[in-house]
Design a protein around this ligand. Structure first.
Ligand SMILES: O=C(O)C(=O)C[C@]1(C(=O)O)C=C[C@@H](O)C=C1
Length: 422
């Protein structure tokens, strides 16, 4: 289960009384179990920052839109610097001057052929340098080297060490098992829409969204060196990439075959020496696997953008120092217009919703609703994933979620808080 934020962290570190009250009210429900709360009588909302039933007042939210957006990876979410070679046993290596040190040094030479291979102790400069550029951070991504997800990891953390994983699930697990510090996963594309599998996995794993990065995806058609475009009879790629290049593939009239990732497609063409097969992948994948670029910028839309989430084990502590986004997921109580009313809690406080996604509840797909005219009816039950532009340190966001929880939802949890993207 994902939690809002560690209660110890929030309650002990925040000085904002509203935020303390908010976390306090949630913390009981946070101990491993979801929040279940249904009220049958309409409550008063005066304490939640709105008057009346809370739905009589709509104003344009546009004046509060955040215009300047600069992406930053929150330093709170980054891990401490790791030693370069921390699997080797620790041996002090600082004896370099004076007779005693020389003797000790030559002593140690008998046991170690090359002292340079030993782990280097941290120096004052290592400790003071900020890892805000992502140096030394290990970031997992799904796919092979040269995949767009790897490029997204470098966009978020320019000096990070990227770690390829063979599927979305193993990318989540790599962070949970402390094999890496972060994961970068595609969540939606401007052409193909949401990556539903990752929405589902967000709920099945205990990771927190701590950032996002948007990447312009420029596809190329790759083939073995000296192969001509006309010789290509089939094309391998990730299904999203094949969909993004629909027009070009229809013109070519080639067969399409799915692979787990774009770079994996390039790797297959190269390693199997498939002369009649192309791969849709990045120009970098062509370089890595020694393929030629047969055609460039082959996606249907020039502005083909994929949004990636950055996930970590610990949440970031929301502030008010810059614009933040918050991600939640909830299920609704039954009743007419509940979905509209649920969204109204944000509109009432001029909080902009940036993304809404609904997924069927897989454990309990159908709900039975009593219908006085027709007996009982069965409807699909949904999980609603919502991103909104406000920080949980702001009273309006706290009130909005309290209002939502008291009145309209059966189950509510947070999947993350993130500073806005570039
Ligand atoms: O296959 C890759 O290269 C990926 O990083 C995956 C992925 C995706 O899942 O959408 C990412 C960006 C592109 O839109 C195509 C594929």
């Amino acid at each position: 289960m994902c939690h809002w934020v560690s209660p110890e962290l929030t309650n002990k570190t925040t000085t904002n009384p509203g935020l303390r009250r908010f976390w306090g009210s949630f913390s009981m429900a946070l101990n491993g179990s979801p929040i279940w709360k249904v009220k049958t009588t309409p409550p008063s909302f005066s304490h939640l920052g709105v008057s009346g039933n809370g739905l009589g007042r709509f104003r344009s939210a546009s004046n509060l839109r955040f215009r300047s957006r600069k992406w930053e990876c929150c330093p709170l979410a980054q891990r401490a610097i790791t030693l370069v070679d921390d699997e080797k046993p620790f041996v002090p290596v600082a004896y370099t001057s004076g007779p005693v040190e020389k003797a000790l040094s030559s002593e140690s030479m008998r046991f170690h052929k090359d002292l340079n291979l030993l782990p280097k102790p941290l120096t004052a400069s290592d400790l003071s340098s900020s890892p805000a550029d992502g140096s030394k951070v290990r970031v997992a991504y799904q796919g092979s080297p040269g995949a767009y997800s790897e490029a997204a990891a470098w966009k978020a953390y320019p000096k990070c060490e990227t770690v390829p994983c063979d599927g979305f699930e193993s990318t989540f697990k790599a962070v949970e098992l402390w094999l890496v510090d972060k994961a970068v996963l595609p969540i939606e594309n401007s052409f193909g829409g949401s990556v539903h599998r990752n929405y589902d996995l967000l709920l099945r794993h205990r990771l927190h969204i701590v950032g996002e990065v948007k990447l312009l995806v420029n596809h190329s058609l790759l083939g073995l060196p000296s192969v001509k475009l006309e010789e290509i009879k089939r094309v391998f790629s990730h299904p999203q990439a094949l969909a993004q290049c629909e027009m070009m593939l229809t013109d070519l009239g080639t067969m399409r075959l799915n692979t787990d990732d774009t770079a994996g497609a390039a790797k297959m063409v190269a390693s199997l020496g498939l002369k009649d097969t192309g791969a849709i992948a990045s120009a970098r994948a062509a370089e890595i696997y020694g393929l030629d670029i047969l055609a460039q910028n082959i996606q249907d839309d020039d502005d083909n953008i994929t949004r990636f989430l950055i996930l970590a084990r610990e949440p970031i502590i929301p502030g008010t120092d810059r614009p933040y986004k918050t991600s939640i997921v909830f299920t609704l109580v039954e009743g007419p217009g509940v979905l509209f009313k649920a969204f109204a809690v944000f509109a009432l406080r001029e909080i902009e919703l940036t993304k809404i996604e609904s997924r069927p509840q897989r454990q309990r797909p159908l709900r039975v609703v009593d219908d006085s005219n027709e007996g009982s009816a069965k409807y699909f039950d949904y999980l609603f994933y919502v991103d909104f532009e406000a920080s949980m340190a702001e009273p309006r966001a706290q009130y909005a979620l309290e209002h939502l929880q008291i009145s309209f939802v059966r189950q509510l949890k947070s999947t993350g808080k993130l500073p806005p993207p570039m």
